[in-house]
Ligand binder design. Structure first.
Ligand code: FES
Length: 282
């Protein structure tokens, strides 16, 4: 397939955690918070490429693998949805507290192969988190990429993540269109109501010179992929990430394999043609 980089980009020893301070917490939705992290001497702990992950731990509680959703000169950010004991511990953190991180893990979105292409980013729910790192990268290297469409959906208006990016920052970018849909509206919602796969078909993208980056709940990926294929997109041109399967991140725990592939070593970024070659459990 050749265009997604499956080589490890870990720097140093990926098993050694670094202490980081939480310097900013943003409440994205009722159950998602974004944590901005920095080393105690004011640096970013590592420089991930878009789509890579970090193993983040709350001392005394546990650790989990999370996408790096954004980075700046001296910080990185992860967005964490409250779904269990560990993620609840993250949600109880206050700014100024210390946690630990190691990484980066996994391959990354093929930023070189996407150059010169029009890009369609499609995200559902917290699935916008890994895609956001690539959107930000493309915005920072805007001259390298063509027209950008961002299609994002969530269950309700309250569940839309990264509202500042969606409603303020990204629509102002050159040659960029943001299309938002929710499964259920409310009394103030004036935007589109409907599921992401149907909305994508309604938007009637033509496949010419385009690459699609798709991330969200498995059911959304399944139906959106089918819609894109019906619209004429080649499976090689639709890229997704199976990052939710990443556990240890280093090929040791055996919890991420699909057939002969290890998501943590061969992915988590794959295109649909590659996924088609794997056994059906995906
Ligand atoms: S995440 Fe543990 S083996 Fe891949």
């Amino acid at each position: 397939m050749g265009e997604i980089n499956h080589e490890c980009t870990c720097h140093g020893n990926p098993l050694v955690p670094q202490v980081v301070k939480v310097i900013k917490i943003t409440q994205e939705t009722p159950d998602v918070k974004t944590f901005r992290m920095q080393t105690p001497d004011g640096k970013k702990p590592f420089a991930p490429l878009p789509g890579q992950l970090g193993m983040i731990s709350v001392v005394g509680v546990g650790e989990g693998m999370f996408s790096i959703t954004a980075q700046g000169e001296d910080w990185i950010e992860s967005s964490i949805k409250k779904v269990g004991m560990l993620t609840e511990a993250f949600h109880e953190l206050a700014e100024g507290q210390e946690i630990a991180i190691r990484g980066p893990y996994g391959n990354h979105f093929p930023v070189e192969a996407l150059k010169g292409k029009d890009l369609i980013f499609i995200g559902g729910g917290i699935g916008l988190a890994p895609v956001r790192s690539l959107i930000r990268y493309c915005m920072e290297h805007r001259e390298d990429y063509g027209h950008i469409d961002i299609v994002y959906g969530s269950r309700s208006p309250e569940d839309l993540c990264f509202k500042e990016d969606l409603f303020q920052n990204w629509p102002k970018e050159k040659d960029t269109r943001v299309e938002i849909t929710v499964d259920r509206g409310n009394e103030t919602w004036e935007g589109n109501v409907g599921f992401v796969p149907a909305y994508v078909e309604e938007l009637a993208f033509s496949p010419e010179n385009k690459k699609v980056i798709l991330c969200g709940p498995p059911i959304m990926i399944k139906f959106t992929s089918e819609a894109l294929v019906r619209m004429g997109f080649a499976k090689e041109d639709v890229i997704t990430t199976l990052e939710m399967r990443m556990k240890c991140g280093i090929g040791k725990c055996g919890r991420c394999n699909i057939g002969s592939k290890y998501v943590c070593l061969d992915g988590p970024v794959f295109n649909l043609a590659e996924l088609d070659e794997l056994p059906d459990e995906k």
